[in-house]
Design a protein around this ligand. Structure first.
Ligand SMILES: C[S@@+](CC[C@H](N)C(=O)[O-])C[C@H]1O[C@@H](n2cnc3c(N)ncnc32)[C@H](O)[C@@H]1O
Length: 293
């Protein structure tokens, strides 16, 4: 069970962030209809530089109605809505949605976020683009759930629409260490984050375990008030590894034809094979773009 609730929701933005590259990558799909981004290859290094502040691009993107799955506290969603893009969100955690709505309202923005589970979506409209950032699809606890999620995505796309799905790579040659980030080490809890706000001190300890099948983390939140431990609570998150082959097959079964693969939010599309073989180190992310036929 993945727990994006309570203190995890309250402090989510303090702990986790989406990078500019990630933001710019998904944004590209709000701007262009193309299945492959290479046709819009920007002259400069990042999409961000190229597209930022370009009102006519936002206007011409009017027909691209998008849905973010697992929109959380709205780190991506709110920025896109602020820019004028037509993006809705869906999340199964009311606590995360509340954080998102509160932030949007304080910015004077009106966001639409549905509280539903991604494996049983029943939304009032269909979308041109459905993107699934943060490898959220891998929160599926088994293949049956994964299949239901892909089915839900397909059902909510218009014909010709696109699913943009991020994945971490379940490569057979991944060593355990390759999944650790610098703040978490094997088998013990490490201090992951500390913040002080007036009388309140937050300490978050993370224990992470990884295998070829999954990556699971436990975050323990210790909240001190005036130096005294006031609350302590742990939350578990577990990302399951599914092979690209299995995911490709499920996409096809749901009328989604995998068209382009990207690595680490880079703009150059790769073949599935090239994507797989190049992602042999670190903690890489792969993004598949599939078209609804
Ligand atoms: C890593 S966070 C994503 C953060 C988000 N992209 C952002 O920019 O703030 C994962 C989100 O997926 C949501 N989630 C997990 N399981 C879900 C499910 N079955 N259906 C819908 N959302 C789910 C969690 O509640 C959480 O908000």
């Amino acid at each position: 069970m993945n727990e994006f609730s309570g203190l995890m929701a309250t402090y989510y933005d303090e702990l986790f962030g989406t990078s500019d590259t990630e933001y710019a990558f998904y944004r590209s799909f709000l701007i262009t209809d193309d299945l492959s981004l290479s046709k819009k290859k920007p002259p400069r290094d990042s999409y961000l530089d190229t597209f930022s502040g370009n009102k006519s691009l936002v206007e011409s993107a009017g027909s691209i109605r998008a849905l973010e799955i697992g929109s959380g506290t709205g780190q991506l969603l709110i920025k896109y809505v602020r820019e004028g893009f037509a993006v809705d969100g869906v999340d199964n955690s009311q606590a995360m949605i509340n954080e998102c709505i509160t932030k949007a309202e304080s910015d004077g923005l009106d966001v639409t976020v549905y509280q539903q589970s991604m494996d049983a979506l029943d939304l009032p409209q269909r979308y041109h683009t459905i993107y699934v950032p943060s490898c959220v699809i891998q929160l599926a606890s088994d293949e049956a759930e994964l299949r239901r999620i892909i089915h839900s995505i397909s059902r909510h796309l218009v014909p010709g629409g696109r699913a943009v799905i991020s994945l971490f790579m379940p490569l057979p040659d991944h060593t355990e260490e390759s999944f650790y980030d610098k703040d978490c080490s094997k088998g013990k809890s490490d201090l992951f984050h500390v913040s002080v706000n007036g009388d309140r001190t937050l300490e978050v300890y993370c224990t992470r375990r990884t295998s070829h099948e999954d990556a699971s983390s436990t975050y323990r939140f210790d909240v001190y008030q005036a130096g005294v431990l006031a609350t302590q609570k742990s939350y578990n998150l577990r990302w399951q590894m599914y092979s690209l082959k299995l995911i490709s097959k499920m996409l096809i079964d749901e009328s989604l034809v995998a068209h382009t693969w990207y690595k680490d939010y880079q703009q150059e599309p790769l073949t599935l094979e090239a994507c797989s073989s190049s992602l042999d180190k670190g903690n890489p992310v792969c993004v598949v773009v599939a078209k609804k036929v």
